[in-house]
Write a protein that binds this ligand. Structure first.
Ligand code: SF4
Length: 84
C-alpha cells in the first residue's frame, strides 16, 4: 500500500496522531520568550497551507514541520522572498 501524500496539509490534518502530539508538545514547551503569539502562529500556518512547498506538514525547502517552525518567533519562511 502506498503512503498517503497530502499536498498543502498541516501535520494536524494528517493521520499521524503520535507525530502530531510530539510536535504539539514541542510547541507547548517552548519558552514564552521564544514563542510566536497565537495570532501570528495561525497566520503563518494559513500561509503554509496555501503554499506549494507544503507536503504532509513538512516544508520542502527547509525540511521542517511547519507547525514547529512557525511557533518560534525568530524563525521565518525559507522561501525567497519569505512568505512570513
Ligand atoms: S516555503 Fe514558507 S510558506 Fe511554504 S511551506 Fe515552507 S515555510 Fe511554509
Amino acid at each position: 500500500m502506498s503512503e498517503r501524500i497530502c499536498r498543502r496539509c498541516l501535520l494536524r490534518d494528517v493521520q499521524d496522531a503520535a507525530l502530531y502530539q510530539t510536535i504539539r508538545d514541542y510547541v507547548e514547551n517552548l519558552p514564552a520568550e521564544q514563542k510566536a503569539d497565537a495570532e501570528v502562529y495561525e497566520s503563518r500556518l494559513r500561509v503554509c497551507r496555501a503554499c506549494d512547498s507544503l507536503t504532509n506538514g513538512m516544508c520542502a525547502l527547509c525540511g521542517c514541520f511547519v507547525e514547529a517552525r512557525a511557533a518560534k518567533k525568530a524563525l521565518y519562511c525559507p522561501k525567497v522572498p519569505a512568505m512570513w
